[in-house]
Design a protein around this ligand. Structure first.
Ligand code: ADP
Length: 277
């Protein structure tokens, strides 16, 4: 009798604990959704007034309303670059909020990888030149086509290459696409199972490198490691965002680095089936 009683009590207790847990979870979920919504709304509201600030500062800097003293020009330059920094911080936060609330809908379209890499080249080559470093793009001899989300792929590579340029003072940055496995069309013709191929988008630099202790923290939100005197105007969100996007693409970002010996960041997509047209 006693045993049965305690078994019943146990079950009732367990049930009420389970219910309490479920209620707690529902509460947490609601709170987390409210936080995501708040972040998204705030980011949007914060971005809107920045546009006229940046725009009108630009007009003043073009000396359209009239000449400027050197001091005024310097001050306007500071307003403009601070506003731009704020804008990129807000844009990154907005992206992050979207990813966290599961609102990022990735597409799966045929993407010509060469075009994406060439677009990254086109937007950042001038930046590399301005810093006096070489930029090299290496592509396989035939095109590489892959079903994926072009925007996400572009954003990840843009982040990695922009970082490589920022943290390199001498030498150069290389963006390279390496393929392994057979192209899909070959296996199709030969009636073989679809290939488990692999694509490596490798960004290597001859820059400042990263301390081994910092490597683990690198992908956290707001991680800024290394020499704090290096003012790069970054937000510490780029790698965090890139890693989340890589995950959404079914891939990962690997990093190898040596302080003073440069870094290599690789976006690895695997298993993946790619074709040449
Ligand atoms: P940030 O906006 O500061 O560039 P990221 O998340 O993109 O933020 O990078 C985080 C930190 O990782 C950087 O502040 C820098 O310390 C380090 N880092 C990223 N890429 C490199 C690189 N190619 N070489 C050296 N350090 C790097």
């Amino acid at each position: 009798g006693l045993f049965v009683m305690s078994a019943i009590r146990d079950t009732t207790e367990r049930r009420s604990t389970e219910r309490a847990l479920q209620e707690k979870n529902a509460e947490l979920l609601l709170a987390s959704q409210a936080k995501d919504r708040f972040l998204a709304t705030m980011s949007h509201e914060l971005r809107t007034p920045l546009n006229p600030i940046i725009g009108f500062t630009g007009i003043l800097l073009m000396k359209l309303p009239g000449p400027l003293t050197a001091e005024q020009e310097r001050q306007l330059g500071t307003i403009k670059s601070s506003a731009q920094h704020l804008l990129s911080l807000i844009n990154d936060l907005l992206d992050l909020a979207k990813i966290q609330s599961g609102k990022v809908e990735l597409r799966r379209d045929p993407v010509a990888c060469d075009e994406v890499l060439e677009a990254v080249d086109a937007s950042l080559r001038a930046q590399a030149q301005a810093r006096g470093i070489d930029f090299t793009l290496r592509l396989p001899s035939t095109p590489t086509v892959l079903d994926t989300d072009r925007r996400a792929l572009h954003q990840i590579l843009l982040n990695l290459v922009a970082n490589a340029i920022k943290f390199t003072d001498e030498g150069g940055v290389t963006l390279e696409l390496r393929r392994s496995g057979r192209p899909e069309e070959v296996t199709r013709e030969a009636d073989m199972p679809p290939p488990a191929g692999r694509l490596d988008f490798v960004v290597s630099d001859t820059g400042v490198g990263i301390e081994p202790d910092d490597l683990a923290r690198l992908f956290g939100a707001f991680a800024q490691v290394g020499d704090p005197r290096r003012k790069t105007g970054g937000t510490g969100l780029g790698l965090h965002l890139s890693a989340r996007l890589a995950e959404l693409l079914g891939g990962r970002i690997e990093v190898e680095s040596r302080p003073g010996g440069g870094s290599r960041f690789t976006l690895v997509l695997e298993p993946v089936s790619w074709r040449t047209s």
